[in-house]
Ligand binder design. Structure first.
Ligand code: ZN
Ligand code: ZN
Ligand code: ZN
Length: 253
């Protein structure tokens, strides 16, 4: 299985429009973070987790020619805004795009992309096939996916586990039952927003505690703000089993 980070930034992305801080002015390509999303390739399947506002640019950059399904962690705009661009895959694959998410996320998608769900459809609009999921495992074309319910302040959000890989992008609380589901994770991706505490995201210190608790052989931090610091500097502070993800990074699991 191969996982590629399409984006590793928080909702505003990095650089932030108009910001003159040293991270936003950095020339290091690892300090350029589009909105958080990953591409998962198994032997026969190609999945996207979240289609944020940068989805088109990300799909072009990584030359993603086929997508079998899109999984949504939650309905926040930085995770859904690019959904219209799955039209390209409707056209290439001549089929509706299967979309998986909790009921709230699907409601949000129905509201924000209402034109895609009208009775009389305008030609060329995205063709979406919505599948509601809860906390039970579900199959997508022969691949078993385990939802990982976590809390993002008061909003229930899903992480996803496939095999020994687990992905959690917007969380600040993990329940005992989800720790159970995370057991045996070899590669973990978890959010680490910034150094200061935040109402709905793990900060750096909390993300380090969580990664220690989950105990994956390798942990990558994502959903990163410009306030976390420069990639090169933050990396030096992390234990060997933990790294900052960056846009374009691919890992084979
Ligand atoms: Zn987010
Ligand atoms: Zn900045
Ligand atoms: Zn969010």
């Amino acid at each position: 299985m191969k996982v590629t980070f399409l984006g590793t930034g928080t909702s505003q992305g990095v650089p932030v429009i108009g910001c003159e801080c040293e991270v936003c002015r950095s020339m290091d390509y690892r300090d350029k973070r589009l909105r958080s999303s990953i591409h998962i390739e198994t032997e026969a399947q190609s999945f996207i987790i979240d289609t944020g506002p940068d989805f088109r640019q990300q799909a072009l950059r990584e030359n993603i020619k086929h997508v079998d399904a899109v999984l949504f962690t939650h309905g926040h705009k930085d995770h859904t805004a690019g959904l219209d661009d799955v039209r390209a895959y409707n056209f290439l694959q001549k089929m509706d795009m299967p979309i998986y998410g909790r009921s709230e996320a699907l409601e949000q998608i129905r509201a924000e992309f209402s034109y895609a769900f009208e009775g009389k459809k305008y030609p060329g609009i995205p063709q979406l096939q919505l599948h509601e999921i809860e906390s039970e495992n579900f199959p997508v074309n022969g691949v078993t996916i385990t939802p990982l319910p976590v809390m993002h302040h008061q909003l229930p959000v899903l992480g996803f586990r496939i095999g020994a890989f687990s992905y959690i992008t917007d969380a600040n609380f993990i329940s005992e039952s989800t720790y159970e589901k995370l057991r045996g994770t070899e590669v973990l991706v978890i959010n680490a927003l910034q150094r200061e505490r935040h109402i709905s995201h793990f900060n750096l210190e909390e993300a380090l505690v969580e990664s220690g608790k989950i105990g994956a052989a390798k942990t990558y931090f994502t959903h990163i703000s410009h306030k976390l610091g420069k990639h090169k500097q933050v990396e030096k502070e992390l234990p060997v089993s933990v790294a900052l993800a960056y846009d374009g990074l691919s890992i084979v699991i």
